[in-house]
Write a protein that binds this ligand. Sequence first.
Ligand code: FAD
Length: 457
Amino acid sequence: NTSVVLFTADLRLHDHPPLRAALDGARQVVPLFVRDDGIDGAGFAAPNRLAFLADCLRDLDAGLRERGGRLVLRSGDVVAEVLKVVAEADADEVHMAADASGYAHHREHALREALEADGRRLHVHDTVTAAVEPGSVTPTASDHFAVFTPYFRHWSGHSQRDPLGAPRKVRVPDGIKSEELPSREAVSGTSPALAEGGEVVARRMVADWLRSGIDAYEDQHDDLAGDGTSRLSPHLHFGTVSPVELVHRSRLAGGAGAEAFVRQVAWRDFNRQLLAVRPAASRADYRTRRDRWRTGRKAEADIEAWRQGRTGYPIVDAAMRQLRHEGWMHNRGRLLTASFLTKTLYVDWRVGARHFLDLLVDGDVANNQLNWQWTAGTGTDTRPNRVLNPTTQAKRYDPDGTYVRRWVEELAHVEGKAVHEPWKLSGSDRARLGDYPDPIVDLKDGLDRFKHARGLE
Ligand code: FAD
C-alpha cells in the first residue's frame, strides 16, 4: 500500500509527523509538494520567498534521495494535483499538516471532501506550532486568548511532544512524474543578501545558535547593530526547522537566554491561535479604532519615502534599507518602522504589511498581519495608542549609531550618536550629507495628528 505526504510549511525530514505516520502505515510513500496556484494567485509569490523555497525544495529532494526516495513536484490547483498523484500511485491516504490561515482551512476541507468522495482518507497532523495547537488552550470566556501574557502562562504549562528523528529509508513508487525542481538563480528581483534555505542550513544554524547565540539573547536581542537574534524566522516560516524541536532543544540548553528565546517563539503560536479563530484579521482590523487613515498625494509621497528608506529619520531609513537588501529586518526595526508608518505618518497598516510581504523572506500571514495590527493599535497590544519616537528608539537601541552607518551610506561619515539627528549637523558633516532628505514629517505634528485621530486629546 501507498501513502502520499503533502509537504506545505514543513519542508524538512526531521520531526515530521505526517511523514512518520505515512511510513509507519504504508510500504511506499510519495513525498509531494504542490506549487499552489491559490497561494501564488493571492499575491504571496514574492521573489525572496520563491528563491528561498527553491533552496528548500532542492534540499528536501536531496535528503529524500539519500534515503532512497525523491520529491515529487507539481504545480496547479492543490486539490486537483493531489488527486492526480493519489490516482497515479493508487494511494489509500494522504498525510499533511494543519495550518491556521483561512486559506489553509479551506484547502484542508476541500481535500478531505475530494478524497473521501473517492474512498480515500486525509490525515492531518500538527507540524507548524511549537507547543500548542490553535484551539487547544482557551480562556474560560472566549474562544482564544487576546493577551499574550496569560496565553504564555498556559502555553508554558502545556506538555510538548518529543521531537521525532528523520526516517532512515523512504521508498517511493516508480513511475510518478515530477516537474523539474526550481532553482534560486532562476528567480529574478531577489534581495542581494538573501539568506539560504533548506533543512541542512537550518540545522547548522540551530546548532550554532544553541552553542553560541542563545545565552546572550535576553540582553542582546534588542541591540540593532549587535544582530543578536537567531535569524531562524525564514526557516520557521518554511518549516525547515521544527518549532517543537527548537523549543525542546532550547529548553535543554537552559538559562535566562533560552527562556527569553522560547517566550519569543511562543508569539508564533499566539498569533496562529488568533488567526485560526479570526481568519479575517489577515485583512480587517481585529479591533477597530475607527481610523480614517491618510490617503491622497501627500500620503502617497510619504509612503514611497518610507518604502525607499528616505524619510529623513536615519533609524527608520536604515531598517527599511536592510529590508530591501536582505529580505529581512531586525524585530526592533520592524516595530519602529511600523509605528512610524501607522502612527507618525498615520497610514493604514495594510499598506505597510503589503510592502513587508513583498520583501520579507519570512513573510507570514499570521506573524506579519498580526504584528502590524499590534503595532498599529488595532490588534492585541494592551497599550494600543503608544507611539514610538524614532529618535529616542535610535538612541536606545543603536546607542553609538553603528546600525545607521551600516545601512545609510550618506551618513557613514558621521561619528557617534550624532548620526541619529542629521538635521542638527553643521559644517562639513552637513555638507557631506549629499541628497539625504530632511525629515518628511515633524514628530510633534505627527503625534498631534494621531492623538486627534484617535480622540485622545
Ligand atoms: P528571534 O528573536 O531569534 O526569535 C525566534 C523566533 O521567534 C522568530 O524566528 C519567530 O519565528 C518568533 N518570533 C519572534 N518574535 C516574534 C513576534 N513578535 N511575533 C511572532 N513571532 C515571533 N515574523 C515572521 O516570522 N514573519 C513576519 O512576516 C513578521 N512580520 C512582522 C512585522 C512586524 C511589523 C513586526 C513588528 C514583527 C514581525 N515579525 C514577523 C516578528 C519578528 O519581528 C520576527 O519573527 C523576527 O524579527 C525574526 O527574527 P529572528 O528569527 O532572528 O527572531
